[in-house]
Design a protein around this ligand. Structure first.
Ligand SMILES: C[S@@+](CC[C@H](N)C(=O)[O-])C[C@H]1O[C@@H](n2cnc3c(N)ncnc32)[C@H](O)[C@@H]1O
Length: 296
């Protein structure tokens, strides 16, 4: 395959990508042309908020074509268009043959939750010291264990102890891949509801639970019914604040509310939002994220 590399100012990127698509590019990717330089302008938004602006000052647009002739033709056609003014062809180059499957898989190594509890992709052998293992491959839904918020929730489950959840009813609210619900099952729970607003997450949860040989019920949020001994919710601070009365209503008296997706600096606003319902405390922290829990 051959890639056609182009430079485009911010206001031309969308048009250029659409044109490349119309010219039968197999894929088009856009990178910050000023990344790692003094001119780099970060475009991070607050979690849950849109970024400060839509695009970078200058973007490198890379389009993949099946052969050199098509890449050259696309380059010539683009150069004749009015909208190409301000854009530039950086070059055409052959893409070296790679084993893409192996390359992708190599980016997902086993993840340690505790020295004895690991998340292991199916193409890896579990580490020797692992006593509990969740088998999970990256998919459409969030939750492979590579994010600190997921790991902190799983660590909380693990610190309850082996089999400690055996007689406990668990709700995983915002289940994504179902990783927390599966973790709860690994530590003994047999009565688990996993819910999400995203139907793809619900389907992923069902498949991942089957792959791990655990029993749970997955569905949309209205499938959460009644009270639970443990409510796990790894969402984000803003929805967690909105969901405060609902999440609290699902926790049994004496039960635990365990929440992640919260930045360190959001601890106080979460405590305030939950004050009418529960007393939250910070139970864990990793990479600027915190785990907040309450005994209800
Ligand atoms: C950060 S992911 C967490 C996934 C997984 N539980 C984990 O810990 O890795 C948050 C999930 O919450 C879901 N979600 C967001 N808002 C929600 C809401 N109001 N009700 C239910 N699920 C929600 C999203 O679709 C997403 O799958």
């Amino acid at each position: 395959m051959f890639e056609l590399r182009l430079m485009a100012p911010e206001d031309r990127v969308d048009t250029l990508c659409e044109a490349l698509d119309a010219l039968d590019a197999l894929s088009v990717s856009v990178e910050d042309a000023d990344a790692q330089t003094d001119a780099e302008q970060a475009l991070f938004g607050e979690p849950g908020m849109p970024p400060p602006k839509e695009g970078w000052q200058r973007s490198r647009v890379i389009a993949l074509f099946p052969d050199e002739a098509q890449a050259k033709e696309a380059s010539s056609v683009l150069a004749l268009q009015d909208f190409f003014e301000g854009c530039e062809v950086l070059g055409i180059a052959q893409v070296p043959e790679q084993d893409w499957v192996r390359l992708t898989q190599s980016q997902f190594a086993p993840v340690e939750v505790t020295p004895e509890f690991w998340i292991v992709p199916t193409w890896h052998e579990p580490p020797g010291q692992a006593k509990q293992v969740i088998r999970l491959d990256p998919g459409l839904a969030f939750g492979t264990g590579t994010h600190p918020t997921t790991r902190m929730c799983l660590r909380w489950i693990a610190t309850q102890g082996e089999g400690a959840l055996a007689s406990l009813r668990v709700l995983d609210y915002g289940c994504g891949s179902g990783i927390l619900a599966i973790g709860a099952a690994k530590f003994g729970s047999t009565d688990i509801d996993a819910v999400d607003i995203d139907e793809a997450a619900v389907s992923s949860t069902v498949l991942n639970a089957e792959a791990n040989g655990v029993k749970l019920k997955a569905g949309l949020p209205e499938a959460a019914k009644g009270e639970y001994d443990i409510v796990l919710a790894n969402i984000l601070a803003t929805p967690l604040k909105v969901l405060a009365p609902l999440l609290r209503s699902h926790v049994k008296a004496g039960g635990s509310l365990v929440m992640a997706g919260i930045l360190e600096r959001q601890a106080e606003e979460l405590k305030e939002a939950y004050a009418p319902y529960a007393t939250l405390e910070v139970s864990d922290a990793e990479d600027g994220w915190i785990l907040m829990t309450a005994r209800c």
